[in-house]
Ligand binder design. Structure first.
Ligand code: MN
Length: 230
């Protein structure tokens, strides 16, 4: 095939064994922990809802490395949201929650970085969140760990420290919508495909970071993700 432009490079996330996971789409779940929903001014009980980031919003951080995220344009309120990321290995439509695990290739630690000031402006005006959520490097992620090695993750601590200070703390067992239920809901609305990433929502304690701040996210069984804002 002859392209009129150089085709974009395939976005990929390292896998712990040295290979790479190719990224197709990035789905994100909104308000999926009760305490976080409450801190955002909601009741904590509502059907799941989704937004997307472009695949090339990924900032892949290899094991043991510290990622560098550039402070984004237009914002003066860049927020961290630590999240469990589910990597889809087998696609499908209308996947039942009971079958969801067969579609999971692995898990990673991710940050749903948010220009909160711009997101809030859009919310007030009833406009799409894209400018607040879907910008370059807005999806830092550590290595993908195969489910074959980790087993299914349904509970375990999820934390985020900034410059050594604990900011966010939760447990995967506190997800309002479980990973299986998320996959069921998502696959009624979109055709899930191999390479899709799902950011499953953040626990309470979201807040701002500034240039020079070091974020360190941890999820039990998945190690750590370190990103510095530059
Ligand atoms: Mn989020």
């Amino acid at each position: 095939m002859s392209f009129v432009l150089t085709p974009p490079v395939q976005t990929a996330v390292p896998v712990a064994d040295g290979r790479s996971f190719p990224v197709h789409r990035i789905y994100c779940v909104g308000r999926n922990y009760v305490e976080h929903a409450i801190e955002m001014g909601h009741s904590g009980r509502e059907p799941p809802f989704f937004f997307l980031k472009p695949a090339d919003a990924v900032l892949a951080v290899a094991d043991g490395q510290t990622g560098q995220m550039a402070y984004p344009s237009l914002s003066s309120n860049l927020h961290h949201e630590i999240e469990l990321v589910v990597a889809i290995g087998r696609g499908g439509r209308n996947i039942a929650a009971a079958d969801a695990a067969q579609h999971i290739w692995g898990y990673g630690i991710g940050l749903d970085m948010t220009r909160r000031d711009l997101q809030n402006d859009m919310k007030k005006q009833g406009r799409p969140w894209c400018i607040g959520k879907a910008f370059e490097q807005s999806a830092p992620i550590g290595p993908i760990h195969p489910i074959a090695r980790t087993g299914r993750l349904s509970k375990g601590a999820i934390t985020l420290h900034v410059n050594g200070e604990l900011r966010q703390k939760g447990d995967l067992g506190d997800l309002i919508w479980s990973v299986d239920e998320i996959i069921e809901h998502l696959s009624t609305a979109w055709l899930l495909q191999p390479g899709d990433l799902i950011y499953t929502g953040t626990p309470a304690g979201v807040g701002a970071v500034n240039k020079g701040d070091l974020m360190e996210g941890r999820i039990e069984g998945l190690g750590a993700l370190r990103v510095v804002v530059v």
